[in-house]
Design a binder for this molecule. Structure first.
Ligand code: NAD
Length: 309
């Protein structure tokens, strides 16, 4: 069972390392040459809460791939996933039975990826694991998490069972989802509120939550999201999502952290805004649902990205 991690940054590194440690046949595919070189030369350095150790694992550019995979786990940033999938398709790494598993944050992946492979080959996962990179070849792995996964067209598939089994055996705490879109929208709700607002405001999640009118600020973003999700057949509930967002504020939860978009912005890297608020707005346009707040948020982040130059 040949596995590729396509996009082996922080999160791809975490998944790849766990699989490798469980003796799976796994390679890392990435576009960051310094990272690839460091991993091939010195191994992947892994720092956890309790230890730091080195793991030997192969890394390469997509153009260097010479094998076909049973499972390709896509963990680029969302806007680079199509380029990665196309490169792997062009090099012949994808067969008709290859499962393409997107574990990225955000919305719309199955639609975008289905330009290259049919939806019956695309699987979607939501993960609550986190990961960080300290530099090329240097992973920082803290905390615990889980993964849920389903074929993107909702159909049962033996491959889903195999994927979940492989991930779960590696200690990644995986299960089959019976409604992955519910989980995707629930996570997107948190990300599309806290990521852009903490980035625009330059605040930690806790600092944002301390503002007495935080709820009033996020309500229009979330109301639009709920309307769009419901119109697309995923029944999320405003109050439940609000509670999920507010549960992140305490220091014991995520209060002390900046969301990943804030880190992307600080590091002058493009954000995944088009797959969060931007995609909510796009779906809204398709459905005839007004999403002025999500449009504005998307433009604000794009304007911030223009300051990188
Ligand atoms: P990441 O930035 O660590 O890695 C993504 C890609 O960027 C990789 O190809 C990596 O090699 C490259 N990259 C990273 N740093 C670079 C640098 N300094 N120079 C050049 N290239 C660099 O992203 P990630 O956190 O692994 O996220 C991947 C996907 O997983 C995203 O969709 C993200 O939203 C999602 N996700 C991440 C986490 C997390 O805790 N990291 C949790 C859940 C979901």
């Amino acid at each position: 069972y040949k596995i590729a991690i396509a996009g082996a940054g922080a999160m791809g590194g975490r998944i790849g390392a766990y699989l490798k440690q469980n003796d799976e046949d796994v390679v890392l595919i990435d576009r960051w040459q310094d990272h690839i070189d460091e991993i091939n030369k010195n191994g992947m350095e892994i720092q956890t809460e309790t230890e730091t150790y080195t793991l030997e694992i192969r890394a390469m550019q997509p153009e260097e791939v010479k094998e076909k995979f049973d499972l390709i786990i896509l963990l680029t940033k969302a806007m680079y996933a199509e380029d990665m999938l196309k490169a792997l398709k062009d090099i012949g790494a994808i067969t008709e039975s290859t499962a393409i598993l997107s574990m990225m944050n955000g919305l719309g992946h199955a639609d975008y990826l289905s330009k290259y492979v049919p939806k019956s080959q695309i699987f979607l996962a939501v993960t609550m694991w986190t990961a960080g990179l300290r530099g090329p070849g240097q992973l920082l792995l803290e905390g615990k998490g889980g993964i849920e996964c389903q074929r993107s067209d909702g159909q049962p598939d033996e491959r889903t069972e195999r994927i979940v089994q492989v991930l779960d055996n590696a200690g990644l705490n995986a299960k089959i989802s019976d409604d992955v879109f519910f989980s995707i929208w629930s996570k997107v709700a948190v990300n599309s509120v806290l990521n852009p607002l903490c980035t625009i405001l330059d605040k930690t999640i806790g600092e944002f939550g301390e503002y007495e009118d935080a709820r009033e600020m996020l309500t229009p973003i979330l109301k639009e999201l709920v309307a769009v999700a419901n119109a697309r057949g995923t029944n999320v509930v405003f109050e439940t999502l609000l509670a999920k967002i507010e549960a992140t504020y305490p220091n014991e939860a995520q209060g002390l952290h900046h969301p990943s978009m804030h880190q992307d912005y600080t590091n002058k890297r493009l954000t995944e805004i088009d797959y969060l608020n931007g995609q909510i707005a796009k779906y809204g346009d398709e459905l005839g649902i007004e999403t002025p707040t999500n449009d504005l948020i998307t433009h604000l982040i794009h304007q911030l990205e223009m300051k990188y130059a």
